[in-house]
Ligand binder design. Structure first.
Ligand code: PNS
Length: 172
């Protein structure tokens, strides 16, 4: 008999960073399949649309065997059930991540009994967060060594478009 283990690696991925890629690669060493679930965090206002976040993640992860990227709207636990995942994978950079993740892990277990497993990412990438990357870019800093190839350009374009939209909004 053969067993297939499936894990879901969820996040808003606004956008996917090298820190995310590291955790996804580590998860894939443990699970037969890792499904990257691009989800909605109702506490955040994303820079990229869901379609764009999916496109960015799919492009960046295209070469990883056993990894696929899917949208997950609604409750994450319903998505996990629909794909037959036995675990949710979250990356930890430090204690603040754990504090944020613990209530979600307990809630998801309460809802359907799904387990959350934590992976410690590469220490050299522990300073990378999508929100910080966007902030550095917004203020003219260099971000191309923080995100997969091509993503820095997309961030700059999206920020320009947003700034342009806000300017037009103010003057009209
Ligand atoms: O990358 P993020 O923003 O920290 O990811 C958080 C995310 C999207 C995984 C979380 O907000 C989530 O699971 N959203 C889906 C809706 C849901 O299931 N909410 C209850 C979480 S206990």
């Amino acid at each position: 008999m053969s067993y297939v283990t499936i894990a879901v690696s969820p996040g808003s991925f606004d956008p996917l960073t090298l820190g995310h890629v590291d955790v996804i690669e580590r998860a894939r060493k443990v699970f037969d399949e890792v499904i990257v679930a691009v989800a909605v965090n109702s506490a955040k206002q994303p820079l990229f649309s869901l379609t764009e976040r999916l496109e960015i993640a799919r492009e960046a992860l295209a070469d990883l065997d056993g990894v696929r990227v899917e949208p997950a709207q609604g409750l994450l636990v319903d998505f996990c059930r629909s794909v037959g995942a036995t675990a949710i994978i979250k990356g930890l950079r430090g204690g603040a991540d754990f504090d944020a993740e613990l209530p979600m892990a307990l809630m998801n277990r309460h809802l359907v009994g799904v387990e959350t497993m934590f992976i410690i990412g590469d220490q050299n990438l522990a300073h990378i967060a999508s929100s910080l990357v966007k902030d550095v870019a917004r203020h003219g800093g260099r971000i191309d060594d923080l995100v997969p190839s091509g993503v820095a350009d997309r961030i700059h374009r999206a920020l320009r478009a947003r700034a342009h939209g806000q300017e037009n909004g103010r003057t009209s």
